[in-house]
Design a protein around this ligand. Structure first.
Ligand SMILES: Cc1cc2nc3c(=O)[nH]c(=O)nc-3n(C[C@H](O)[C@H](O)[C@H](O)COP(=O)(O)OP(=O)(O)OC[C@H]3O[C@@H](n4cnc5c(N)ncnc54)[C@H](O)[C@@H]3O)c2cc1C
Length: 439
């Protein structure tokens, strides 16, 4: 039998979205099924490279150089037994079991690949989420976001430009005012990292000093990290305040203009740069996906087996509303959930291919970790004492655990040996290059 005919006979699992959940799933299935030609595993992504999203605040501040940490899907697919298709998914035809990808164009708009269809036997949607502005006027026009590597790069360039402009002003150093809307993990991590960046830039010779840089976090709830235990929230608030980062709790944003944020109680927070990190929603196109039900933030409704209303279409990660097992709200949009769901499907899909009955997904909360700049973090480790109680860690030890989460993601994607080599490579590069990407 020809290789092509053999390929066509293999069942095909298509995974759309190579992020925290999708890339890990494609890797595990590729190694288990694809390499031995038991099934074709196809990963589709609109971007040719992957960067782990929880690192985006480090990309935005220049602490992490995407050129060094991103994974090229084509090379990774070749090494791990799956195929990669570049392109954004547009539509789904459940009857014909195929998806349609939009044409791929280069930066000048020249078409590189036309619109095309890909057939599947099983489809896993893992397309993530985007910023939710809750319809607040002015946000789209005047705020930056931190949802994609392109967003992070835009933010990095604007922060650098503001710093240099303020430092080089003919009338002397001018103050810079930055506001971050949203005191969840993303907003808190970004604020701490931005403060560190300004200290480093000053160290490298920028005349703007941390005292000229005013940074505020605006949060609607009564405290930052509102979903975390209160002790974590207090520790993070104190750490931010030590760095002169303002925390405006109980502050609802009503409108954003070019130079200020207007709050519902009438206060105005003057801002040269505003970052919106106040919530996420799944992409709107999921709501028109061949009749599959979604919730009010466009997440695909899935059952305890991560199946949508169509048993051949599954969804994981931020784009899925998976039951939390206690009949309450859907599981939170976190990398931890996406990772556990990817591991579950990597065990479950081979069972389904063999026609064995499936087991439900059970989420095991491991706690949470929030980075507070270069050397500190704060978090809770539910995994140590059980999901109902928390063991708190803070400071340097917490930062070590925080960093190890990324190393574990690298191990899942590259294997432990390569992850260890990457770690050593990062340490060596750290000796030779500046601590920030400055251009
Ligand atoms: C700054 C920041 C910090 C965070 N910190 C943490 C943290 O500390 N801990 C934690 O648990 N979580 C954290 N999160 C949340 C975490 O990153 C997400 O929950 C996680 O990445 C979700 O994984 P996913 O696989 O669902 O989607 P993503 O990782 O977002 O991946 C989605 C992928 O789908 C692709 N895609 C999108 N649309 C299409 C399409 N139409 N066709 C093809 N491909 C498509 C995208 O290119 C992307 O590669 C953070 C998020 C941010 C932004």
């Amino acid at each position: 039998m020809s290789q092509l005919a053999r390929k066509e006979q293999q069942p095909c699992i298509v995974i759309v979205g190579g992020g925290a959940g999708g890339l890990e799933l494609a890797t595990r299935l590729g190694r288990q099924l694809g390499a031995g030609r038991q099934a074709r595993i196809v990963l589709v992504d609109g971007s040719p490279t992957h960067i782990w999203k929880p690192l985006l605040h480090e990309v935005a501040t220049g602490a992490l150089n995407t050129g060094e940490d991103e994974v090229n899907y084509f090379a990774h697919a070749y090494r791990n037994g799956y195929e990669f298709e570049l392109g954004y998914m547009q539509t789904l035809d459940r009857q014909q079991r195929r998806i349609r990808l939009a044409p791929v164009c280069d930066e000048q708009g020249e078409q590189l690949a036309p619109e095309r269809d890909i057939g599947y036997d099983w489809l896993v949607l893992a397309v993530g989420a985007e910023a939710n502005d809750f319809g607040t006027p002015g946000v789209r026009e005047h705020c930056l976001f931190l949802n994609t590597p392109a967003d992070a790069e835009r933010l990095r360039k604007q922060l650098l430009a503001l710093t240099f402009r303020a430092s080089a002003h003919p009338d002397g150093v001018q103050p810079v005012r930055v506001s971050i809307v949203g005191g969840g993990a993303t907003g808190v991590e970004l604020a701490a990292e931005m403060h560190h960046t300004v200290c480093e830039l000053h160290h490298y010779g920028a005349r703007l000093s941390p005292a000229d840089f005013s940074l505020s976090i605006i949060e609607g709830a009564s405290r930052i990290l509102a979903t975390a235990p209160e002790a974590l929230s207090h520790y993070a608030t104190e750490e931010l305040q030590k760095r002169n980062i303002g925390v405006l709790a109980n502050s609802l944003v009503q409108r954003v203009s070019a130079d200020a944020i207007e709050l519902a109680d009438g206060r105005r927070v003057a801002s040269d740069l505003c970052v919106w990190a106040a919530g996420v929603k799944a992409p709107a196109w999921l709501a028109a996906l061949d009749g599959l039900p979604v919730n009010k933030v466009n997440q695909l409704a899935v059952d305890t087996r991560l199946q949508t209303a169509d048993s051949r279409v599954l969804a994981i990660g931020d784009c899925a509303a998976a039951p939390d097992g206690e009949g309450g709200r859907p599981l939170a949009a976190t990398a931890q959930v996406a990772h556990q769901q990817a591991r579950y499907l990597a065990r479950e899909l081979p069972r389904r291919l063999r026609g064995e009955s499936s087991l439900p997904f059970v989420f095991k909360p491991q706690g949470m970790m929030v980075s507070l700049g270069k050397n500190k973090a704060v978090g809770s480790l539910a995994a140590v004492v059980g999901p109902k109680r928390n063991y708190h860690v803070e400071g340097r030890s917490a930062k070590l655990i925080y960093v190890s989460l990324y190393r574990m993601h690298q191990a899942a994607v590259h294997g432990w040996l390569l992850a260890a080599l990457l770690f050593i490579g990062d340490k060596l590069r750290g000796v030779a290059r500046p601590t920030l990407k400055l251009h």
